[in-house]
Design a protein around this ligand. Structure first.
Ligand SMILES: CC(C)(COP(=O)(O)OP(=O)(O)OC[C@H]1O[C@@H](n2cnc3c(N)ncnc32)[C@H](O)[C@@H]1OP(=O)(O)O)[C@@H](O)C(=O)NCCC(=O)NCCS
Length: 179
């Protein structure tokens, strides 16, 4: 079964091997890498490939995963957005990363709302969705607010250099607002 989510301006479908090139280009950009790679440095292609392969593999292992978002007009690849819960994660996260050429258009939030709705529907017992956000990442915090999440008092220590804020939205309130 093909999964496809359609919003006003975007089409989302599960991340697929053919998305590697635009995804690698996004991860090689220092503005994106600052908040999305483990060492905060632009990702070289070998590391980008390994990370990308794990995101593709997340789909069969968990039954959900990142979506690629494309502009409906013109079909350009915009970014990766969606549910993600690798081993050791503090909850089911909705993550977002948008290619800088498409920043500032509200795409991350538009895609995230569709992805969160999809995952709440897929998992009727899921009590909340979280996002793990660096305290310095103001743009991502703005996206989190727009998609109905608030900053909790919880922190997630990703590694010795990075502790992330846990933002969250409770299922019931979220569905009332966006469902
Ligand atoms: C975070 C990211 C996904 C946002 O994508 P986007 O599609 O540009 O998001 P939006 O267009 O909705 O803009 C985000 C909001 O940030 C606001 N913003 C922009 N620059 C800002 C700044 N310097 N400080 C605070 N807010 C800022 C915008 O005004 C917008 O809010 P608004 O719509 O209420 O005006 C994108 O910047 C990105 O991929 N960054 C690198 C990777 C990353 O940080 N991922 C998230 C990890 S938790």
């Amino acid at each position: 079964m093909t999964i496809e989510l359609v919003t006003d301006r975007l089409v989302l479908r599960p991340l697929a091997p053919e998305d590697f090139e635009p995804h690698a280009a996004m991860m090689a950009d220092p503005r994106v890498a600052r908040f999305l790679t483990p060492d905060r440095s632009p990702q070289a292609r070998p590391a980008a490939w390994r990370a990308f392969a794990s995101m593709i593999g997340h789909w069969p292992m968990r039954g959900f995963g990142f979506f690629s978002a494309f502009e409906r007009s013109g079909g350009q690849w915009v970014g990766r957005v969606g549910p993600w819960m690798p081993e050791g994660w503090p909850g089911l996260e909705c993550g977002w990363g948008v290619a800088p050429a498409h920043w500032g258009k509200g795409y991350a939030g538009e895609a995230a709302i569709a992805a969160i709705r999809w995952v709440f529907d897929l998992k009727p017992d899921l009590p909340r969705i979280i996002s793990l956000i660096d305290p310095l990442n103001e743009k991502s915090q703005a996206v989190a607010r727009k998609v109905g999440e608030t900053r909790t008092a919880e922190r997630f220590r990703f590694d010795e250099n990075t502790t992330l804020d846990v933002w969250a939205a409770d299922r019931k309130a979220w569905l009332k607002r966006f469902g």
